[in-house]
Design a protein around this ligand. Structure first.
Ligand SMILES: [Zn+2]
Length: 498
């Protein structure tokens, strides 16, 4: 198996309002690299200074995580969830907050100077979750649950968290179901659990919620097998031999009662088992697999489709076709035998978990590869951008398979999709603001093109252009960078600009 990136320690707080009806939820600043624009709880990365702060009544290891959660919550929301804090006025709290975020005081100094302390008994431990292996940026986040004192209200907008308010879990879930907001799996599970406890007619007892959350996390040892990005689509990162820094390729399952699998990408038996376990749970719920689709010809996007097809056919006795664009099928002849082809504009009739119908539209989006496909679920404004837009690493445009002019045309087309909200590519996490992300991609390529064009006007050779643009590139990426320059030069020449 390939090297893995060790997750970084982090902590977060699920905060109920004093009536225990609502949960504090905020939107992460869309500019943040990790899950920017997602709705989340206050929390963040552990700081070495957290070690120096103890809690009353707490065990050592969990105490440190709790200190991190309480400090991050104070920084991001202004809520100071400590004992002794009740004697502080709103103004004093605001001034201490300012001291902390401006770096004038450490959290430890604030607690010491004002005789404040964190009491472990005021919090319930709610388990931990580890970021799936999308990329090198991963966290092992410890969750705690507490009730907010009635005298304190959160700041609505800070740099990291915006739109910070107490919401009914049912309301947050409704917004998620209509894909108005995105939530990571731990936030989604917390909201669902809190809502379920309330629905049972039980008073939203924090001990009960935390107990449910702990057992959810313990069941899977904090590992998130798949991400339910909206009620139609599951994202399953599978380990593949791919281009660093990515180590995984996202497989997508769209639909529930009637579903398709896109890029059953892994050749590793363990990863194939992981995927078939998820597929089996859909089949057990009465789901039908309509097809298994390969997005394009690159080896980190196929390899597990035939064994998955066989697995489903044996289990259900129903034929499951393997599909791809004809250009992909032609390139992979002898490696994968596809049953039929899909074309731009084809619509797949799928069903959600209640059996309600929706369509997934196929877009032929060449540029990265001749037969490259994207998939659009207009009902959720959600685009599966495969390798055309990814959230970790760089998209390679390598002629003759790659074509920069076609690629930019495909990006423009993706950006203009009616009702587009969010997207997820084959590598990395989902992206909240799809249009902004695609715009960034177009902008980057056009700037690079301008740079190359001016060097061509100075009569520089492709090799001189390479050395000028990528002076410090690691050796293993030289070939791909030269190819990308070649793709830009081809486009510039086609347009007759030099
Ligand atoms: Zn690719």
């Amino acid at each position: 198996m390939l090297p893995e990136f060790k997750p970084v320690d982090a902590a977060a707080l699920v905060i109920l309002d004093h009536e225990r009806k609502r949960v504090l939820l905020a939107q992460r600043n869309p500019e943040i690299k990790f899950l920017g624009g997602f709705h989340a709880f206050p929390g963040g990365k552990a700081d070495h200074n957290d070690w120096q702060i103890g809690t009353r009544n707490g065990s050592n290891e969990l105490s440190r995580h709790l200190v991190c959660a309480v400090r991050e919550t104070f920084e991001e929301t202004g809520l100071l969830l400590v004992r002794g804090g009740e004697k502080l006025t709103k103004g004093q709290r605001a001034s201490l907050h300012d001291d902390l975020v401006s770096g004038r005081s450490l959290f430890r100094e604030i607690l010491d100077d004002w005789g404040l302390w964190i009491d472990f008994d005021d919090f319930e431990y709610a388990g931990y979750w580890t970021t799936p292996k999308f990329s090198e940026l991963r966290f092992k986040t410890h969750f705690f649950l507490t009730v907010c004192p009635s005298r304190q209200t959160p700041y609505e907008a800070m740099e990291e968290l915006q739109d910070c308010k107490f919401v009914l879990p049912a309301e947050a879930l409704g917004r998620w179901r209509s894909s108005e907001i995105l939530m990571s799996p731990p936030v989604l599970i917390s909201m669902m659990t809190t809502e379920a406890v309330m629905e049972e007619g039980v008073k939203a007892d924090e001990k009960l919620i935390a107990q449910h959350l702990r057992s959810e996390s313990e069941k899977v040892s904090g590992e998130i097998p798949s991400v339910e990005i909206n009620p139609h689509t599951l994202i399953i990162p599978l380990q593949t031999v791919t281009l660093p820094p990515a180590t995984h390729t996202n497989c997508f399952i769209v639909g529930r009662k009637r579903f398709v699998v896109i890029d059953a990408a892994s050749r590793f038996a363990e990863e194939q088992r992981k995927l078939s376990t998820i597929v089996d749970s859909l089949l057990d719920d009465g789901g039908e697999c309509l097809a298994i689709i390969t997005s394009h010809l690159h080896p980190d996007h196929f390899g597990g489709e035939s064994s998955l097809k066989q697995h489903i056919e044996q289990r259900t006795g129903r034929h499951v076709p393997l599909l791809a664009h004809s250009a992909t099928a032609e390139s992979l002849a002898g490696k994968v035998s596809f049953d039929s082809f899909v074309e731009d504009g084809d619509e797949l009739g799928l069903q959600d978990s209640d059996g309600a119908a929706f369509t997934l539209r196929i877009l032929h989006t060449p540029g990265h590869a001749k037969g490259h496909l994207c998939f659009y679920d207009q009902s959720k404004g959600f685009l599966i951008s495969c390798d055309n837009v990814i959230n970790t690493g760089t998209v390679v445009i390598a002629p003759p398979e790659g074509d920069m002019a076609e690629y930019l045309k495909s990006l423009e087309r993706m950006k203009a999709l009616d009702g587009l909200k969010s997207l997820c590519g084959s590598h990395g996490t989902a992206v909240y603001d799809a249009v902004r992300k695609i715009d960034g991609y177009i902008d980057h390529r056009l700037k690079r093109e301008e740079q190359i064009n001016s060097l061509l006007l100075e009569e520089k050779s492709p090799e001189e252009i390479f050395l000028s643009i990528y002076p410090n590139l690691p050796d293993n990426l030289h070939h791909l960078a030269r190819k990308t320059i070649e793709a830009h030069i081809l486009k510039i020449n086609q347009e007759g600009r030099v």
